[in-house]
Write a protein that binds this ligand. Structure first.
Ligand SMILES: NC(=O)c1ccc[n+]([C@@H]2O[C@H](COP(=O)([O-])OP(=O)(O)OC[C@H]3O[C@@H](n4cnc5c(N)ncnc54)[C@H](OP(=O)(O)O)[C@@H]3O)[C@@H](O)[C@H]2O)c1
Length: 317
């Protein structure tokens, strides 16, 4: 099969498609014929430097998510021809991932879907919508009367979170760090240019989804009302941990801080998300779509930040 294989930190310009063996089926795993997959910020981090860590399998086929068709399974839960998504659980990190024609995925991280949507659109969904859903509902306990601020909203996860929150009926405030990107946020109720400090400059809200992360978290915590919740899900700011974080002083009295990690999806989550998407007629914001043979171009666009919305890669046939 054709696949992208990484051995070491690799620039998008150096990406090559190689011929490798189709993975062999084994118990508790399913072989998926990949139809489409989205690109993720975390895959860029893996490709650029995280690959050097011992916990990343090498060589590795990257890709933490895909949509496809079951090609082979030793398990009665999955039948050849089932339409599935697979995400996380070590995909594209501890074992080979989805930048390939076939992907051997753990059955516990593979979920059946029966929504009627083209593979290209489905490819934009698994990781992004699962993360948005989990952050908004499991962590922020989002309700329709909430005012939600999304910090770092001009990313695939930000756009999906806006859609879900607006469909629920929330007031949504969104920030971007680039003035020319404010126009991309026209679905929200208020757009704010974020120069790194928002406290004291914006009205307090009761829920915040922080996608910029540790770089802005202490400032973000000052933006919420008592009993308000901040969920840190993103690391767009490029700072991954806070060594001098002082929980007693940095978390205001009565403010709740949580974080979301998209590593535990379930079939129940996937069914709820798909049914919400179907009921509200949501369509993912696809920034650009590429054929697999042109994946190098897709990754170059990702690196150069040329695309707004999810970058999707589709397979032939
Ligand atoms: N916790 C989890 O389990 C989980 C799951 C999925 C994603 N995430 C995280 O969520 C974030 C979004 O992921 P994604 O895959 O949706 O990203 P993405 O679509 O690849 O978007 C990346 C884009 O975000 C933009 N961005 C917006 N605000 C930014 C800021 N303040 N600093 C730097 N860049 C900014 C950048 O473009 P401009 O600079 O041109 O605006 C960049 O091109 C990432 O940090 C990712 O690691 C976390």
């Amino acid at each position: 099969m054709k696949a992208v294989v990484l051995f070491k930190p690799t620039k998008a310009e150096e990406i090559q498609i190689k011929d490798v063996e189709i993975p062999k089926i084994k118990k508790d795993w399913v072989l998926i014929r990949v139809k489409a997959f989205g690109l993720n910020h975390s895959e860029k981090i893996l490709r650029e430097f995280e690959i050097e860590n011992d916990y990343i399998k090498k060589p590795i086929i990257p890709g933490i998510e895909c949509v496809g068709i079951i090609e082979d399974s030793l398990d009665d839960d999955f039948k050849v021809g089932d339409k599935v998504i697979s995400l996380m659980g070590g995909l594209g990190r501890s074992f080979d991932g989805s930048y390939a024609q076939y992907c051997l995925a753990p059955k516990f991280h593979t979920f059946k879907i029966n929504i009627n949507m083209p593979f290209e659109e489905l490819g934009a969904m698994p990781e992004t919508y699962y993360t948005a859903w989990g952050s908004l509902f499991d962590c922020l306990d989002l309700k329709k009367d909430d005012t939600l601020l999304i910090r770092g909203a001009t990313c695939a996860l930000g756009y999906a979170s806006i859609q879900i929150a607006k469909a629920l009926g929330c007031r949504v405030v969104a920030t971007t760090h680039k003035e020319d990107k404010m126009k991309l946020l026209n679905d929200v109720d208020e757009i704010i240019l974020d120069n790194g400090v928002l406290s004291g400059k914006v009205n307090v809200v009761n829920k915040v989804l922080d996608l910029v992360g540790a770089k802005s978290l202490v400032d973000t915590l000052k933006l919420v009302d008592k009993k308000g919740i901040v969920c840190n899900t993103g690391i767009l700011g490029g700072v991954y941990a806070l060594n001098n974080f002082d929980p007693i002083k940095d978390i205001p009295n009565g403010v709740y801080l949580t974080g979301f990690y998209s590593n535990s999806p379930t079939q129940k989550d996937v069914d709820m998300i798909m049914s919400f998407i179907d009921k509200n007629k949501l369509k993912p914001k696809i920034g650009a779509s590429f054929k697999f043979e042109n994946i190098k171009d897709a990754l170059m666009c990702q690196d150069k930040k040329l695309v707004n919305g999810k970058i999707v890669v589709t397979m032939k046939g």
